[in-house]
Design a protein. Structure first.
Length: 320
């Protein structure tokens, strides 16, 4: 209460003080949350969408369940933004993945010594991935000439140019009679260095001549009219073109797992394989339960179903 500016007899008098309450600033509350079954897309992850085209790109279209039609109707009737959570039947805590659970289509590619070296998986779980075609080929990149003789056990080479050479790349050192393979660890002025993990086991003469060439591999992907090509990939994590990292960042269709073949370079590279489809993708819809829709909350990093929306305070209406 503010003190009075005039003197009055003792008593209780009304006073117009400043309100201590802040103004209410209503937030965005016209966003609809949808939880349901979709053809593809991330599972148990809230995805905000601004159009029907966005939904088709992320989740596809599935006429067997209501989610696609519901979201389409939402946007056709003036809806501006929604959040979608895709659900499917997944293994419970401690349960092993079975044929009744959703799974991503995949293909194992072997190396030159017939050992598994790459696992190619559809970007997300579902039968949609069984229509993805994948092939692999070898490639040769930058090259340079050796300008100073190279002895057995050497850890660096003087070359005519380092243009196009990068850390993490596999390099073939070859002359008329022999060849070695090294993985670059450092590049200086017209000098390429490598570690003890890929030693030089032969002498190489600059006058032979001896050539250094970058070796890599390409992966081609196709799904109907969409095609993706990833060139000059490598299997060493230090490389800017490390295959799993590049594909994960750029592909809309697949992801890669390095199975870390025990074959020595270059034999650990995926062997050239013709285009073939991924297989064993499953929707996980035949054994759906109420629990799959309700989901669980084991903390911010492990929420599913309806609980995946717990942290979203911008949703005004929920449909499931």
């Amino acid at each position: 209460m503010r003190p009075s500016t005039t003197f009055k007899p003792p008593g209780v008098y009304p006073s117009q003080g400043e309100s201590a309450r802040d103004e209410l600033n209503p937030g965005e509350c016209d966003i609809v949350g949808f939880v349901g079954v979709a053809q593809k897309g991330p599972l148990n992850e809230p995805v905000r969408l601004a159009s029907w085209d966005d939904f088709g790109e992320v989740f596809g279209y599935d006429s067997d369940f209501y989610l696609s039609a519901s979201v389409e109707a939402f946007f056709r009737n003036g809806g501006r933004s929604c959040v979608v959570v895709r659900v499917a039947h997944l293994p419970g805590e401690g349960e092993r993945l079975g044929l009744e659970h959703a799974a991503a289509a995949e293909r194992i590619i072997t190396d030159d010594w017939n050992k598994p070296t790459l696992r190619v998986l559809a970007r997300t779980a579902g039968r949609w991935g069984n229509n993805i075609w994948v092939s692999a080929t070898h490639s040769v990149g930058a090259s340079a000439l050796l300008t100073q003789d190279l002895e057995v056990g050497s850890g660096e080479a003087r070359v005519s140019s380092t243009r196009g050479f990068e850390v993490g790349q596999l390099v073939r050192v070859s002359d008329r009679d022999s060849e070695d393979y090294v993985i670059i660890t450092e590049i200086a002025e017209r000098t390429i260095r490598w570690g003890a993990q890929t030693p030089v086991n032969r002498n190489h003469k600059a006058a032979s001549p001896t050539r250094l060439e970058v070796l890599g591999f390409d992966v081609q992907v196709a799904l109907r009219e969409r095609k993706e090509v990833f060139r000059n990939l490598q299997l060493h994590p230090a490389s800017r073109r490390y295959a799993p990292r590049v594909v994960d960042a750029e592909s809309r269709l697949i992801r890669l797992e390095n199975l870390e073949s025990s074959s020595p370079p270059p034999h650990n590279f995926p062997r050239p394989v013709p285009a073939d489809k991924l297989a064993a993708g499953r929707d996980g819809t035949e054994h759906l339960t109420v629990e799959d829709f309700v989901g669980h909350d084991r903390g911010p990093a492990d929420r599913s179903g309806l609980w995946a929306l717990r942290a979203r305070d911008d949703i005004g209406v929920l449909a499931c």
